[in-house]
Design a binder for this molecule. Structure first.
Ligand code: PLP
Length: 374
């Protein structure tokens, strides 16, 4: 099997699993309990929090554990927007956000908020002038993702953060595709809220965190006990937290070498593919893109049939489309970038990771050649 869908999820690192196992076996205690064993567990949770905070160079009490990217995005948008009560009811986001943000925006619109969706160019990048002119007196939040999950384009978050901060607007960025893969400078980018999910960086599923710069006036999504300073109650996912911090630590240690290794695989793939299919189009920014994401529009074959044929040969890739109500909808990201529905339907995402090899690339090219008869 050749797994080229690392933007969807990554295989868990063996060292991460090993760090987690004791917290399912002997050290299974509830961190909120009174006895010494649970106090020790609580200390290990706090040490994991400090480790993650240290990687981002932020205070430990700004990291709040959640169940993953979707929850972090929901929390950031819903509670970020409510942070000044009813006074400000305008939000700015981009047209290419993940559904975790876009569908939360829809909900906010139902609640009486106005949402401006910034357009993107053919490379999937927002226009800073459009952002500046979208700002109103009642703009409370700007939510623009760090890198897009379908095409890998990296947004100018430093400039966006500066614009937000100059105008006294909260800035949320969905860093699910970037944390642990490329550097993030919270201070330099004036980020107030940042969403992360562990399963995109060789960590476990069902765990993530939200960075909250200033929790004063920041509300809660869930109501319950006193965990996570009462802002995100519920017994902690201790093995998940330990696994996420281990995965984050490893990803930061290997960030530079992984970046080069993975980008080389992507470049080799695109180069070899262009040799046999010169008509392909690589979508996304040619300069500011994630190292491993290759979003490709093919000439004469639909993405769906290509995906099925690849699957039959044991190759896992992803279509840039979402299945809704039984119909395949063209990707909102590709449509926003100006592709036609037909072009979008001929597009696949191949996302490389640290477990892939050159042989994976060559074998995939050979399969594509035989499927497409070139
Ligand atoms: N945001 C982005 C950019 C993503 O790629 C994903 C996952 O695909 C999410 C949010 C949702 O994260 P999770 O699967 O942890 O809920």
């Amino acid at each position: 099997m050749i797994y080229l869908d690392n933007a969807a999820t990554t295989p868990m690192d063996r060292a991460v699993l090993e760090a987690m196992i004791p917290f399912y076996e002997n050290n299974f205690y509830n961190p909120s309990a009174f006895y010494q064993a649970s106090v020790k567990t609580k200390m290990q949770v706090e040490s994991a929090r400090r480790k993650i905070a240290g990687l981002l160079k932020v205070p430990a009490d700004t990291i709040f554990f959640t169940s993953g990217g979707t929850e972090s995005d929901n929390w950031a948008v819903r509670l970020g927007a409510f942070s000044e009560g009813e006074k400000k009811k305008h939000i700015i986001t981009s047209a290419i956000e993940h559904p975790a943000v876009l569908n939360t925006m829809k909900y906010m619109q139902e609640k009486g908020y106005e949402v401006t969706y910034l357009k993107v160019d053919r490379n999937g990048i927002v226009d800073l002038d459009e952002l500046k002119s979208a700002i109103r007196k009642d703009t409370i939040l700007i939510s623009v993702m760090h890198a897009n999950n379908e095409v890998g384009s990296i947004q100018p978050i430093k400039e966006i953060g500066e614009i937000a901060s100059q105008n006294g607007i909260l800035f949320h960025t969905d860093a699910v595709q970037t944390f642990g893969h490329i550097p993030i400078d919270i201070e330099d980018c004036h980020i107030d809220l940042l969403s992360v999910s562990a399963h995109k960086l060789y960590g476990p599923k069902g765990i993530g965190f939200l960075y909250i710069r200033n929790r004063k006036d920041f509300g809660k999504l869930l109501f319950g006990g006193s965990q996570e300073k009462s802002l995100r109650p519920g017994t902690e996912n201790v093995p998940g937290i330990i696994g996420m911090s281990k995965a984050a630590e490893l990803s930061y240690e290997r960030m530079d070498s992984d970046y080069i290794y993975i980008e080389n695989l992507r470049e080799l793939f695109i180069h070899k593919l262009k040799e046999v299919m010169p008509e392909i189009v690589v979508n996304g920014s040619p300069i500011n893109h994630l190292p491993g994401t290759a979003n490709i529009t093919f000439g004469g074959i639909t993405g769906e049939s290509l995906l099925i044929a690849l699957d039959q040969q044991g190759i896992c890739a992803s279509a840039g489309s979402a299945c809704s109500a039984g119909a395949i909808e063209p990707s909102h990201v590709l449509m926003a970038m100006g592709l036609s529905a037909k072009e979008a339907s001929r597009t696949l995402r191949f996302s490389f990771g640290r477990c892939n090899t050159k042989e994976d690339v060559i074998n995939t090219i050979n399969s594509l050649k035989s499927i497409c008869h070139v």
